[in-house]
Design a protein around this ligand. Sequence first.
Ligand code: HEM
Length: 236
Amino acid sequence: MCGIRTLLPVRAGTLIRLVPPAPFATTEALVTKVFLQTHIVRGGIWLGGLAPLVVLAGTRRSLSDRAGLLWADMWQRFGFVALISVGAVLISGLWLTWQHIGSIPQLWTTTNGLILLVKIILVLGMITAGAVNSFWLMPRIALARHADPAASLVHLTLGHFPKVVWTEVALGVGVLTALTVFNGSARVEATGQGAPPVDPGLSTAGVVLSLTLAASLYASAKASDALARHQIAAHA
Ligand code: HEM
């Protein structure tokens, strides 16, 4: 046992030596790489989860009443995954936007800025559609469940819910289409120069903005639960 403990630091030391030296010229380059990967993976999980779920929801015509309950749980669980993904996409998107956009007017005075602006508007539409499901449909599902635990929720979970999700998916396809024509930095397009090095003031602002965003997403999840409880209490 003692021998293993002594060997562990040696083993860790040899493993660390196997890691190649950082291939990134600057910390910004490393952060951009990490955020771009996070952005792509989380965006993929969000859109890649929504689309198959909504297609699956429309495939079966004759369903038992229990299907409604099952789908209520599925939408709720996916809602949590989507919330984490939205947070990650927005926070990483903020960094990438700083890298590519030098000033707000570049969003409409350059081609790449305009494409990004369209993409951001589409994403805001997706978030609004998700909010309709969280703040309007989820509380109604909770209320119907509370009023009659044996109630069929099929019309809510497989009728109304997928309609809103289809809107999200259509907007998501718009986001992907915008990506195919996005071709680099609006900063470079406008001024011929990339993003300057990040100073401590900007990093602090970024951290504060990201924490505020995370806190507001958490608060919105809690508000959706509170709304459901409030509706149940009001109908009791
Ligand atoms: C459903 C939501 C989103 C998805 C699926 C998504 C997906 C992607 C993907 C796949 C890329 C990589 C493109 C490439 O490397 O050529 C990308 C790049 C980018 N995204 Fe998003 N994105 C989403 C939302 C956002 C939002 C909300 C913002 C802004 C706040 C944003 C800002 C950017 C920027 C600036 C880039 C360029 C990064 C680069 O090429 O270096 N994205 N996005």
